[in-house]
Design a protein. Sequence first.
Length: 412
Amino acid sequence: MLNKNVLIGLLAVIIGGPLFSQVQTPPDEDLLPVVESYVVKRGDTLAKLARRHLGPDAAWNTNVAVNPDLPEPDKIEPGQVINIITGYERPAPVVPVKKPEVYQAAIEKIYNIVEKNVKSSDWSGAAEGDRLFPLDAVRTLENSSAVLQFDGASTVVITEYSQIFLRALEPQASGISRSEIEISSGETELRLAHIDSPQQQIEINVGGIITRPTRGADGSNSTRTRKVGDDLSQVMVYRGSSAVQSAGVSVDVDTGMGTSAVVGEAPAEPEFLLPAPELQAMSDEVIAENIAFSWQPLDGAASYNLDVCRDRVCMQPILRQRGISEAALILPSLPLGSGYWRVTGVSASGLDGFTSLPSELNIIAVPEESQRNYLHWILIAVALYLLVAVVIAIRDSLSKSAATDDTKTTRM
């Protein structure tokens, strides 16, 4: 009968053999050592500790690398605290943390038909609250406009038939973020409200012509920038100032002035903008036909622009009439309801002057009496037309009859 201790030893070999074999296998390159602190006991060496925890085939110098401060790695003393490798483990997979993308602007207001193009995809309808990122685009259609909000104090108004793209610029050393609005067509009006510490700088780009608005003494700015044709930029400053740079030349445009620049050429010398026209008062209620608008003519005005809108600041356009040659205009009709109208003088260089204060307008339907009169006259016109048609028909019939009689007489 086998001795009890021998039997236990054999069982240990049989059971533990595969385990030792597994531990002795050199670790994969992807595995990392598990290092723990250990208090040295009498008779310990680095080699013995390696074989004890990692198997009999563990290299004698396995624990040397994790104890770089030992002057003599082959001599350790009881009570000494050292590092030993007790095993190997596969490191937890590194999950890349995706930084949230910070949006550049948000669509605050939309009037009528406004579309967006997100990440160079197809155009689709835009909605208030939509967030815009670099390379996104916005465009407006007829009698439409949109307001983009940047930092709570910087807004950009996009007027009808306009298209813009957003660009992100490198921040300045001061930490102020920078954005660029590239005008592909149409115009924008940048409005900077007063804030104590502006954190956003917005630049306008028209074919490489850069406009950099700056807040004035009151902390605000209002700059209108327009693209005309393929290569002309027009800049008008109503509050604050703006620097316009083209072909390596920069000019400062102060409040109440404007300039033009052609791509590849230096900006023109800034000129004063025309003052706001004075509107002629209209009656409280205006019939919705042959509506007459008039205002005092401006010296130096080559033409005028008329805006009819639902709101005082003309963010909800009803009609925009451009290139009016006289200081008056008659419109055949307008939608019923209340609204406002305003006029802007345009200089010979094409720069918009200051816009007049809005004047209230209330369009009412044509009175029923007038409608009845119109119907009466329409009936009379129809009756006269029929009478003339009958007379012509009778005349033609008599003419044919006379010609037939003449032919019979000749034959006889």
